[in-house]
Design a protein around this ligand. Structure first.
Ligand SMILES: *Cc1c(COP(=O)(O)O)cnc(C)c1O
Length: 694
């Protein structure tokens, strides 16, 4: 192999494995390579290698330092891949099915928190060498790209995925032909092909119906992420659930356990039922066999978040499958409905057919047990068989470079470990060093934000605000989907009061806001518009800005650079939330309603804090009057900002250090990062899966 061929193979390996997203040295390599090419950014390693021509190969080949760097990174990746667990028949293998995965910004295969969690699940499974294969959908168009016009309207542009030019490779058989499976629906069999991606050691199989020669109605099934009507949705879910199981089998993978990440994948249960029925089991025996191999995670306490299909639609699309199963449709209907759940409900189906089911935080487990208690009329709510596994975030993906460097020095095992005792070493850290890291992280964030604001101002011809931003000022982040229960405008309830707090000349505070509203959610778009309008309100003096285009990069910048992470959902509607965990890992302090993960962090880890891990808004009292609660919570936010958060941040010693603040930041990192990590979460799941990592 000559050197150009070797170099090409190494770059190809590094660009195609989505490990680059969380491996900083690989990411830096592609940024450096991009800067030599002109016209490409390092944002997408596939675009970088596609822009490589003979001159570029020659130039890199003759730069021995760069050449060695590439060879070393490729060797490290090959070593890591050599430790991948076998996925052969006979081994215990987990199939993880999800409608979305957030892998990197160039691949638009996610819409929000569910996808980010699924992506972190895979990244962590790779680190821990768990025998896991993931299955999702190959969307031709991902969730939209967001810009905001001069008057605060969200503009959504298409976010295409050009799979053929992406890191994905076609799934083929031994003869090099595409593997195709068929999924029965109301109007016939739909052909499904697949693409394979690698997330470190974990394979991700994306299913695609856009096959030439297939009727347009079938080709279109995987065109849009969560796009279209109920008919498209049930078709997508048939492809994911039924097609996912069939594709794995066609590829020679025989999972011992299927993890359904949210109800979208619930049809996998019916396909497995068919497998046991065809093997001659009666319905009761087949149901018991299926139950033993299913694990289901439910992700939201908001009823609209659970997929339902009316009788006509379900009967139409499930008729062929019901025939195939030898189970009349009426009996299938009974599996997906129940007291209080009158129409086909994917969550109900998954709850009834999976032996193990869980919510994503302790409080969410509790809320889910009462939400679905009517399905178990003979049990007390406390004995409804829904457990919880609290979510986490992938440490290497979400820790900014400044804090990662400190952890490398003090907690050498932080990238893979979860032993809380190991983090205690950080208590020896010189507060001045931590402060310096935090200041640099904030400055990095603010310069990225200024650049984004400038781009928007140039595009719209209207100032995007931000004239009051100061890289030294206490910076609060608020970034999330603008669903109304998240109460994005809570902080705007008293603009005079907020203005007073932000403009305190001794203790200035600034707020960075980002997030998308679903294009069909008018209320969510109104929330967004109000936030953009507020950014131009003279009372706030340019100290609140809306940063458009919330994506993984912006999510990482905000959670690693903000001093405080604000979260104001209406309790208990936030199932878990994970952005606050990212902030905590970076030494950011949470200012949050006692909901989702924060509710249990305060009860469990908060007790061990030397000074505190953050601030809680309100208490755990049930909400009786929403308006009253909004008013009370807003007042509490203002009070905490003015009396606690601001004074703690600006209370400096003679060296200019906010000693108490820095102690809180250490408490947050030490106590929260080993617990709210996907490594801990994967450990919890692995015990329930009955598998072990390396
Ligand atoms: C972490 C993250 C999320 C999920 O955070 P929540 O707290 O659940 O809202 C969503 N989008 C992006 C880009 C993220 O980085």
């Amino acid at each position: 192999m000559n050197d150009t061929t070797a170099l090409q193979a190494e770059l190809d390996l590094l660009a195609r494995n989505l490990r680059w997203f969380y491996d900083r040295p690989t990411r830096a390599l592609f940024e450096d390579l991009a800067s030599r090419l002109g016209g490409v950014t390092g944002h997408d390693p596939m675009a970088v290698i596609q822009a490589f021509d003979a001159d570029a190969f020659a130039a890199v080949g003759s730069d021995s330092e760069l050449r060695d760097r590439i060879a070393d990174l490729a060797a490290a990746l090959r070593d890591e891949l050599a430790g991948a667990p076998a996925l052969d028949p006979g081994q215990r293998v987990v199939a993880y099915l999800s409608a979305e995965f957030a892998l990197c910004d160039p691949l638009k295969t996610y819409s929000g928190g569910l996808g980010v969690l699924a992506g972190d699940h895979l990244r962590s499974a790779s680190d821990l060498a768990l025998p896991l294969v993931a299955v999702g959908l190959a969307y031709r168009d991902g969730y939209f790209t967001q810009t905001v016009d001069g008057t605060g309207n969200q503009v959504s542009s298409p976010a295409p995925n050009d799979l053929a030019r992406s890191a994905a490779v076609p799934v083929v058989d031994a003869a090099g032909r595409r593997v195709v499976v068929h999924v029965p629906m109301g109007d016939g069999e739909v052909a499904v092909q697949a693409w394979r991606l690698s997330v470190g050691r974990v394979p991700l199989i994306l299913l695609d119906t856009d096959i030439e020669g297939q009727p347009e109605g079938h080709r279109a099934i995987t065109w849009h992420l969560y796009g279209g009507d109920r008919d498209t949705r049930i078709r997508q879910e048939l492809v994911l659930g039924v097609g996912g199981v069939r594709m794995l089998h066609a590829m020679g993978v025989d999972p011992s356990l299927y993890h359904l990440n949210e109800g979208h994948a619930a049809f996998a249960a019916l396909e497995r039922l068919g497998v046991y029925r065809r093997a001659g089991q009666d319905l009761a025996t087949a149901l018991a066999s299926v139950r033993g191999e299913l694990h289901f995670t439910t992700h939201t306490p908001v009823p609209a978040g659970h997929d339902t299909f009316d009788h006509g639609l379900a009967a139409y699309h499930l008729a062929p499958l019901s025939h195939h199963l030898g189970v009349p449709f009426d009996q299938l209907w009974d599996l997906a409905t129940g007291p209080g759940f009158p129409v086909w409900n994917q969550t109900v189906l998954a709850l009834k057919l999976a032996e193990r089911t869980n919510g994503v935080a302790r409080l969410h487990g509790e809320v889910s047990r009462s939400m679905f208690a009517s399905l178990w009329p003979h049990r007390d709510v406390a004995n409804v068989p829904i457990d919880h596994v609290t979510n986490g975030v992938h440490p290497t993906s979400w820790t900014g470079p400044e804090i990662a460097e400190l952890l490398d020095g003090y907690v050498p095992g932080w990238r893979r470990g979860t032993d809380p005792a190991a983090w205690q070493a950080l208590r020896d850290l010189d507060p001045a060093v931590l402060w310096d890291a935090r200041q640099r992280a904030r400055a990095r964030l603010l310069s990225a934000v200024q650049a984004r604001l400038q781009r928007r101002a140039q595009r719209t011809g209207v100032s995007a605000g931000g004239e009051g931003l100061d890289p030294q000022a206490l910076t609060i982040g608020f970034a999330r989907r603008f669903a109304t229960y998240k109460r994005g405008t809570l902080m705007l309830r008293d603009m005079d009061r907020l203005g007073e707090i932000l403009s305190d000349t001794e203790r200035p505070i600034q707020i960075l806001v980002a997030g998308k509203a679903h294009p069909a959610d008018r209320d969510g778009q109104a929330v967004l518009r109000q936030l953009v309008e507020a950014s131009g309100d003279p009372r706030l003096a340019g100290k609140l800005v809306f940063v458009e285009g919330y994506d993984l990069e912006l999510g990482g910048l905000l959670t690693s650079g903000c001093d405080v992470w604000l979260n104001t959902p209406l309790r208990p509607k936030e199932a878990s939330g994970t952005s606050g965990m990212k902030a905590a890992m970076n030494g950011g302090l949470n200012l949050s309603v006692l909901d989702g993960w924060w509710d249990e962090a305060v009860s469990d880890q908060g007790r061990h804090a030397e000074v505190g891990i953050g601030w809680s808004i309100g208490d755990r009292a049930p909400v009786t009057d929403v308006t009253e609660r909004d008013t009370a919570d807003a007042a509490e936010v203002y009070r905490l900002l003015a009396d606690e958060v601001g004074p703690t941040f600006y209370d400096r010693d003679e060296a200019g250090l906010p000693q108490r603040w820095l102690k809180m930041a250490i408490d947050a990192i030490v106590l929260l990062s080993p617990v709210y990590s996907t490594h801990r979460m994967l450990g919890d799941y692995a015990r329930r899966y009955g598998v072990e990592g390396a």
